[in-house]
Design a protein around this ligand. Sequence first.
Ligand SMILES: N[C@@H](CCC(=O)N[C@@H](CS)C(=O)NCC(=O)O)C(=O)O
Length: 291
Amino acid sequence: MSNASDYTPPSVWTWNKENGGRFANINRPIAGPTHDKELPVGKHPLQLYSLATPNGVKVTIMLEELLATGHSGAEYDAWLIKIGDGDQFGSGFVGVNPNSKIPALMDHSTSKPTRVFESGAILLYLAEKFGAFLPKDPAKRTEALNWLFWQMGSAPYLGGGFGHFYAYAPFKIEYAIDRFAMEVKRQLDVLNRHLADNEYMAGDEYSIADMAIWPWYGNLTLPGAIYNDSATFLEAHTYTNVVRWQKQIATRDPVKRGRIVNRRSGEPAEQLHERHDASDFDTKTQDKLAG
Ligand SMILES: N[C@@H](CCC(=O)N[C@@H](CS)C(=O)NCC(=O)O)C(=O)O
């Protein structure tokens, strides 16, 4: 292994604002707002403030799935939060999520508007509110929650650990990439073994557990989808049951819609920067707006 560093931590850590990592301009060791900015509020009961990262996409898939199954109360406005520009540190956003991370949801259909943050909490809130995509049978419900919470605990190793050191750190550190690649491959194997005997994460019912895991670990099997060449690096194609499940979920129309909401990169036809009406999918994707 290459010798990484001659760095010795000082007795007290100090903040080096320009450490050179991809997100150095937005990362801070303090919480709270940096500026005053109210959030817009649209016409629907649910107001989503987000971006189409894997954490954001979980929620737009759930909302589109709810609407597709006739839950009209799930109509929503999806506002774009540009995290690269620091929108998550505006006072209005911090009021909805004191942790300054997308996705964040306000439910205006309750007598006092309800704030919901953390993608797992949002999925659970919506599943309980509409009685959908969370099995009713207690054992199956518990299994769905097992996997939902597994995702919330595991994905930071994928994103904050592997993804950061493989793709975003200012230089490659073999020790860090080795450590997190090993962990992410272990996680993929956990999923692969489970999906060998189960159609979906909670068994035979598609649920919020699938919606949480698919944007992270499903996409990880697609070349170029998450971190450049990471699918090749991790030999993601060898996790054949994960690949089968990824493809199965990708064919769902609500998933096809949900994954493009608040998206700002990729094919123009797959970018719907904001969603305020179901018809926006037909008229407001970037290819249509450019045309
Ligand atoms: N555990 C959180 C993680 C959310 C998260 O990390 N969001 C990222 C984008 S994927 C973000 O908003 N980053 C902005 C920042 O760190 O300032 C969840 O699942 O909602």
